[in-house]
Ligand binder design. Structure first.
Ligand code: PLP
Ligand code: ZN
Length: 392
């Protein structure tokens, strides 16, 4: 199998390289305060033998690493992915959905889904002999890159808003990253990280901007397919920048390309009502001027979603849907998920549960439903404390 980058906007193919991030021609159409223009996707180029092998392969035999554009030998030893997909019996009974599953990505080494992208970026950096990775983040991408980078022996430089949850900052520092606390928003942290890469060099891991962030996140879809023995009917995905959603779509789409699956599941994008840019663009048909985001779910609090255009395209292509939930619903879902299954999720991850509870009645009883639980509740104890009564 060989791999290339392709721009879905203009259709141009490019050879994969460490310098190339956005489509050089389409990114020139970038407008201020709008999602990234010219996001590249990774395309699989199977030869005749690959095509036959995958068509005949049983789901259980699928090895997600084989479908990534960096060879196995470059990945660090840290065990990212292959997270549990399990059957929450009490939630199944409560919501009368006997085929409900939790994909527990809090079980990743640094406690969030972001490890999947960091893992591929770290492998890529090692393949190309780059020693430094730079990332701007609201918290999880930073602490993830710090942890996975530590395993890979990379120098990691992080730009985070200084009001990011403390646990994520401390985790990044513990993992030996150089942390720059930005007195400003995520957008400003992002601008600083680009300046830093320009002046000091390094591989930029900014979400959406680096095509490997979408590609790395597809492994969750491949694992769901492998562990279910097929494609589910619905996947609930918490959405901020839209990169996880795009990655999940891409994973299932690859399976269709390889002849292993016949369809992509219906993806349900779950957003906080105070940070609903993708949901609004999906309804209105375009991205308009950003609103200042405000939600308890810091990991999905995004004014201008980096992969917004790409994510909306994924949703439109496959009858995807958007659900928005209030902070009160997120806090309640965080508690009902933990108390009903034992899985303690951070607010952003609980948004998937909140989205599910708000539309559960409309889904057929026999459908196979997966909730993507993207981050651990231990990452933001202050937010979680709002959903319980502390003992005196
Ligand atoms: C980043 C993140 C998300 C959202 O992913 P996007 O790619 O920004 O849409 C959801 N949950 C958690 C825990 C995250 O860290
Ligand atoms: Zn292009």
């Amino acid at each position: 199998m060989t791999f290339a980058y392709r721009c879905p906007q203009c259709g141009t193919s490019y050879q994969i390289s460490a310098e190339l991030m956005l489509c050089p021609s389409c990114s020139r159409q970038q407008r201020p305060h709008r999602p990234l223009a010219g996001i590249l996707e990774t395309v699989l180029q199977p030869d005749g033998r690959d095509t036959q092998r995958y068509r005949e392969m049983s789901p259980a035999a699928l090895d997600p690493l084989e479908l990534l554009p960096v060879g196995r030998q470059h990945f660090p030893a840290i065990p990212v992915g292959n997270t549990p997909l399990w059957q929450p019996e009490r939630l199944r009974a409560l919501y009368k959905k006997p085929h409900l599953y939790l994909k527990d990505d809090t079980a990743n080494p640094t406690g969030s889904f972001k490890d999947r992208a960091s893992f591929l970026v770290a492998a890529f950096a090692r393949k190309y002999g780059l020693e430094r990775v730079v990332v701007a983040s609201t918290g999880n991408a930073a602490s993830s890159m710090a942890g996975v980078g530590a395993a890979a022996g990379l120098e990691v430089v992080i730009f985070v808003p200084r009001n990011a949850p403390r646990a994520k900052l401390v985790q990044s520092l513990q993992c030996g990253a150089q942390v720059v606390a930005v007195d400003g928003s995520y957008d400003q942290a992002s601008a600083l990280s680009f300046d830093f890469v320009k002046s000091h060099g390094g591989l930029c891991r900014n979400t959406g901007y680096n095509p490997l962030t979408i590609e790395g996140k597809k492994t969750a879809a491949l694992e769901i397919y492998r562990d279910l023995g097929g494609v589910p009917d619905y996947v609930f995905v918490p959405v901020g920048d839209g990169v996880i959603l795009s990655g999940i779509y891409k994973g299932f789409e690859d399976l269709v390309t390889l002849g292993m699956a016949e369809r992509v599941p219906t993806l349900i994008a779950c957003q906080a009502r105070g940070s609903d840019a993708i949901s609004r663009a999906f309804t209105e048909g375009e991205f308009t001027d950003p609103r200042t985001p405000g939600t308890i779910a810091d990991s999905i609090s995004v004014g201008v979603p980096a992969a917004g255009v790409y994510a909306v395209r994924c949703l439109s292509r496959n009858n995807g849907r958007c659900v928005t939930v209030s902070d009160a619903e997120i806090t309640a879902a965080q508690h009902s998920l933990a108390a009903g299954s034992g899985l303690f999720a951070e607010p952003a991850a609980a948004a998937a549960m909140a989205g599910f509870t708000s539309v559960a009645d409309t889904l057929p009883r026999e459908s196979r439903i997966v909730l993507l639980i993207t981050g651990s509740g231990l990452k933001d104890i202050d937010a979680a404390a709002k959903g319980v009564e502390m003992p005196v």
